[in-house]
Each structure stands twice: as C-alpha cells, then as structure tokens.
Write a protein that binds this ligand. Structure first.
Ligand SMILES: Cc1ncc(C[n+]2csc(CCOP(=O)(O)OP(=O)(O)O)c2C)c(N)n1
Ligand SMILES: CC(=O)[C@@H](O)[C@H](O)COP(=O)(O)O
Ligand SMILES: [Mg+2]
Length: 637
C-alpha cells in the first residue's frame, strides 16, 4: 500500500456523501485509506473481511458516480458492505460491527438511508433493484437502482429469475457482477465455469489495456456522445453473452481494482444507459491484505486478528463443535453404508461436509448457492435409492421450503435433513437465526423432527437418520461447541418418537427440546437450593411426540414447562395441542412454553441473545417460581 499523505481524505468525507469534487487521483487515495480502515476495524471486531476488501475500489467508484442515497446501491448478501458503511456516515461506529447494540454485519434499512435494502441471504439484490427501478418509474421513490452481486450469488435461481424479469421489463437498471472466482469456498458449477471462460481466452492485461485504450479515446471526462459511449462498451465486451441473451447490455470484464477502468466505464453507462446493464468486474477477494489473499477462503470471515501477522484470536475449547461431531458421525455411518451421500449448498466448510468430501469425494455434492435445488436434488437421490443427507443451515433451509413440502414430504421420500446453526447464532444476527425450522417442519405430515440436547445425542441422531427409511427426517443442532459430554464410539439409532427422562422430581416438570437442556439443568440446580426439585426430561422429538412421556409428566405434576430454541408454533405448540386434545388442561395442569419471542433479535453473543429471549437458566428458574406461585425475596439478577 502506498504511503498516505498527512491529511486523510477519508476524514473529509461527510454526509451527504459527495465524492464528486475529488479527482481520480484523490479517489485512488481514498480507496487506499478505506482499505486500511476496513482491515483495522475487522481486526477489532472480527467479521467478513475478504469480500469487503475486494470491493473497496468498486465502493469508491459507485459512490463517486451515483448519487446515494437517492440512487439505491444494493449489496447482495451484504457481507462486503463494511467499506460502504465507513463511507456512509458509520465510520465512528465501525468498531462496533456485529456486537450487541452495534452496527449490523450486513446492510440494514433501519441503520441508514444508504442501505436501501437489507440483506444477508444471497441473490436477492437484482430482484430488489428491479423493484426500486419499477417503483421509480411509477412515480415512487426516484433514483437509479444498482445491484452489486458476487459470482457465487449470481449462480442462484433467484438471480436468474430476476434477470429474466429485468430483461423483459427493459427498465434502466445496473447490475454489477463482482467476479472474484470465489464463493465462501471455491465456486462450483457450470455457470462459474462459464464466467471463467468469458475471459479465459483474453489475457487480463490485454483487456485492461483495451479498456485504457478506449478510455484514452475519450476527449474529456463526460463530453463523449452516444456514439463514443457505445464504442467503449463494444470495446470492452467479449462477444455475445448469456446476459445479452437475457436482454442486458453487457460491459466487461474490467479490472475492479483499477479506478482508471471503473470510473470511465461507470461514468459512461451512467450517462447513457436506457435499459438493463450488466457490468462484469473482476476482483480479488481479500485484495490488499496478504493474510487474507493467501488464505484458502481469501479471508471470507475472521475472528479478531493481529493486523501485522494476520493471526486470529480464538478462545480455546475442549468440547468439539457440533458441526465436526456431525461430520465425523456421518463419515462413520457412510463407511458402513455406501448408499449415504451428502449435499451442501455452497457451505462445505460451515457444514463439515469438507471433511466428508475429503473421505468420500464422489458421494459429496456442493450444488452452489441453491438451497431449493439442494432439497429437490436430495429428493431425487432418495427416490433413486440413495440415502441423502441434505445438510443446510436452518436459516438457509427457509429458501427451500416449498421443495421440502412438495418434493420431499408429500412423496414421503427419506431425505435426511441435517440442520446446522439451529437457534440463535450470535454475531450474524436476526437474518441468520435458526428460529423457524421446528415450526415449519413439524407441521408437515410424516416428517420426523429431532433436536440434539448435546453432542453425544447428535451422534445418535445421525445414526437414527441413517437408519430411518420410512419418510423424511430432520435433526437440528446449534452453532459452536458442545457441552463436553462423554462421546459414544458409534451412534445407536433412537426409537422414533421416544424421549428420555433426565432426572425425576416433583411438582413441576421441565421438558426440554434441544440444547437448552444444559440451562434447564442449571435452573434445576438453583431451584433445588430453594427446596424445589423439578423433573427434567429431554423430548428428543418434536414429531412424533412422545405421548406417553408427556402425558405421564402432565398427570404426575402440578405444572409442565416446555423449553426450545425456536419460535412459536414449534415443539411447545405441538405439546399444547396434545394436552388440549387429551383434556389435560380441564384437569387443571399449569402449562407454559418457553419459545423465542415474537421479535427479531439483533446481533450479540448467543448467550446475550438468549438472555434477551428470556431463555437462560435464571429466567427458566424465574418462570418455574412464577408458575408455582412462589414469591421470591431478594430476586436474582
Ligand atoms: C441463501 C444463502 N445461502 C448461503 C449463504 C452463505 N453465503 C454467504 S456469502 C456466500 C458466498 C457468496 O459468494 P459471492 O456472491 O461470490 O461473494 P464473495 O464472498 O465472493 O464476495 C455464501 C455461500 C447465504 N448468505 N445465503
Ligand atoms: C455471510 C454468510 O452468510 C456466511 O458467511 C455466514 O456468516 C457464515 O456463518 P457461520 O460463521 O456460522 O458459518
Ligand atoms: Mg465471489
């Protein structure tokens, strides 16, 4: 990075953001400062580093040419938006990124008018931008709409649905394809290969000089007429493209780190575009920071780190992560059963399927960011006689819901859904919370729904899913480390629909579903000190319910409380339904269900988020006391 002059230009950027008065040289300097500030901030907070570093020049160029917030710059996923946040009035809070009460790690409408559309799940930007473009046309909010979407995100179905519609509507719309040849992992698929082929024939420096050549033809920054603009666009393009077939004018590929290319191209198309434009920029994920550039994931996400060495500061733990336990258990099952295959939608590392893939490369399928396809592909595999483990984070499975219903459940196909990141995940916040899967799966006829209470339970649930051939089955487990229980050498299939008693007591029963069990046990300890010894049970299944266990608890206790890491409509609702049907309430049972509140909880540590949700041990204890009508003197904090 070049030595920076004494007065940083970044210090002079105020709201409303106006970079129009800066020369191209000053814009280059601003980009250098922005990169340094992004690295510094993420070293303090942790977070998504590589994607933001890759779009520093693009961020400066877009803000220099377009007029945000009147013009809507929409960042797909939003994980690359930190430089944009720094530029748009949030520099003073950038070191609060992803922390409680701080800035979100993604774009968020409530945070700034410069974030016209919130994101965190991928491939939504073109649809949203098209919506803005049409709204402006119909007399709504005026301004241009610009979608910036990565090559990984561009391969998803939604992006193509949006381009199909945009090509048909022919509105002025800008789509910047930020092609860094990376998703979180190296991108996969025929579309990714197509993008690579688009510039494989022409060495990059030729394209760059071609762009410079065209630029040098321009008499002044903006005086060129339509003919020259067209010439330039033609000079940059490399022939008929898929995008052109879809009705876009294609420009590129251009070097997304070279402002000498970005600025004139964006100026020209900004001045001349009448319909949908696709600007193809080539960038490097992690650009300008060697530890990111040189790492296999190009610095996609980082814990706090040392800026000089790039070394990350991670808290040591003795317990294995749930993800690793899942992967290792699945490998063991797959060693014994050649029909087991595993599917991920662009998350091989996050789901542990990188480990499975290393062991069984031919039985592992990364389908790209394509959750809908992942589910139906799994359904096809199951129909074809395989045992697919469709391994998707809870939050991303939401995108494949119709496929779960229509392609899997209705046909009773034995797809195994391994649902990682169940419950509140922490720094990624509300968009990534795994809150709804129990509710949206347990209401489907024939679906089996399990939640692991600890990592040993997860091992058994993997074995249960492997053995279950009679329709679909799902099991969920959270982000992070297990509780450190003793691990079985091999999973033993559980009896479907049977929970387990953890400890027997009196008066009140606590029925846990999932990893809140450890908090329930802490609450039980605290209650014992008050002379109350609750019964504690682990339901294991939200569907089918363990009717015998639940009705026995209801018959033999004055009160019953269910606890789960999910939204209303899940386990507790099914228990309430059973109790109502069996007339248990008529006999006076006091019943409460502890579920996530009816609100989206902002980012914080998972512990803090569960505190906000009212679901930690002291709050479980307080709920028990309230239900039993025990008044508390000297209430605990
Ligand atoms: C629907 C959905 N599935 C998966 C993810 C997880 N995810 C976040 S970023 C990312 C890779 C995106 O790649 P790309 O769009 O090329 O952006 P880059 O990180 O390369 O800048 C993935 C898979 C997501 N956010 N949304
Ligand atoms: C942006 C995105 O969706 C992913 O990078 C996500 O943040 C990964 O989450 P984990 O860290 O839980 O794998
Ligand atoms: Mg990419």
């Amino acid at each position: 990075m070049a030595d920076l002059p004494a007065t940083p230009i970044l210090d002079r950027v105020k709201l409303p953001v106006d970079l129009k008065g800066l020369s191209d040289r000053e814009l280059r300097q601003l980009a250098d400062e922005l990169r340094a500030e992004t690295i510094s901030a993420v070293s303090v907070t942790g977070g998504h580093l590589g994607a933001g570093l890759g779009v520093v020049e693009l961020t400066v160029a877009l803000h220099a040419i377009f007029n945000a917030p009147r013009d809507k710059i929409i960042w797909d996923v939003g994980h690359q938006c930190y430089p944009h946040k720094i530029l748009t009035g949030r520099r003073d809070r950038i070191r609060t990124l992803r922390t409680e009460g701080g800035l979100s790690g993604f774009t968020k409408r409530s945070e700034s008018p410069y974030d016209p559309f919130g994101a965190a799940h991928s491939s939504t930007s073109i649809s949203a931008a098209l919506g803005f473009a049409v709204a402006a046309d119909l007399g709504g909010d005026p301004g241009d709409a610009v979608a910036v979407i990565g090559d990984g995100s561009m391969s998803a179905g939604m992006a193509f649905e949006a381009m199909n519609n945009a090509g048909h509507l022919k509105k002025r719309l800008f789509v910047v394809l930020n092609d860094n040849e990376m998703s979180i992992a190296p991108p996969v698929g025929a579309f990714s290969a197509y993008l690579s082929r688009m510039y494989a024939g022409a060495p990059f420096h030729d394209l760059k000089s071609a762009a410079r050549g065209v630029v040098s033809l321009l008499p002044g920054p903006f005086q060129e007429g339509a003919r020259r603009a067209k010439e330039m666009i033609k000079g940059m393009a490399v022939g008929g493209t898929l995008f052109e077939e879809l009705g876009f004018t294609y420009v590129g590929p251009i070097d997304g780190h070279d402002l000498d290319q970005l600025l004139p191209v964006l100026r020209t198309i900004h001045a001349r575009a009448t319909g949908p434009m696709l600007i193809h920029v080539l960038t490097k994920k992690g650009k300008g920071y060697a530890p990111a550039e040189n790492s296999p994931d190009r610095g996609h996400a980082r814990a706090k780190f040392d800026v000089v060495t790039g070394e990350q500061k991670k808290a040591p733990s003795n317990a294995p992560s749930y993800t690793r336990v899942f992967a290792e258990s699945l490998i063991k099952e797959a060693e014994a059963d050649p029909r087991i295959v595993a599917i991920t939608a662009a998350m091989p590392d996050g789901t542990g399927l990188d480990l499975f893939g290393a062991r069984f490369p031919k039985r592992t399928f990364d389908v790209g960011i394509a959750e809908q396809h992942a589910v139906t592909f799994s359904a096809g595999l199951a129909a074809g006689g395989m045992k697919p483990f469709c391994t998707i984070y809870s939050t991303f499975l939401q995108r494949g819901y119709d496929q779960v219903v229509h392609d899997v459940a209705i046909q009773r196909l034995p797809v195994r859904f391994a649902i990682d990141r169940a419950g509140l995940v922490g720094a990624d916040g509300a968009t990534h919370a795994g809150s709804f899967d129990v509710a949206f799966l347990a209401n489907l006829p024939g679906m089996v729904v399990m939640a692991a209470a600890d990592e040993a339970e997860l091992v058994h649930m993997v074995a249960t899913a492997a053995a279950h051939d009679d329709g679909p089955i799902a099991f969920r487990y959270p982000r992070g480390e297990g509780v450190g229980v003793e691990m079985p050498a091999r999973g033993v299939p559980l009896e479907i629909g049977k929970g387990r008693m953890i400890r027997e007591g009196g008066r009140i029963a606590l029925l846990s579903f999932g990893t809140r069990l450890s908090e329930v046990l802490k609450a039980a300890e605290a209650l014992a000190a008050r002379g109350i010894t609750p019964t504690v049970a682990d339901a294991r299944f939200a569907k089918p319910l363990d009717r015998d266990l639940i009705l026995q608890l209801a018959r033999t206790h004055e009160a019953l409380i269910t606890i789960e890491e999910g939204a209303v409509g899940g386990f507790g609702s099914h228990v309430a339904q059973l109790l109502a049907h069996e007339g248990v309430f008529d006999r006076g049972l006091k019943y409460r269900s502890m579920v996530l509140p009816d609100s989206f909880i902002d980012q914080a540590s998972p512990e803090a988020m569960y505190r906000v949700a009212g679901m930690d041990a002291p709050q479980i204890e307080a709920k028990v006391l309230e239900v039993l009508g025990v008044s508390v003197v000297g209430k605990r904090a």
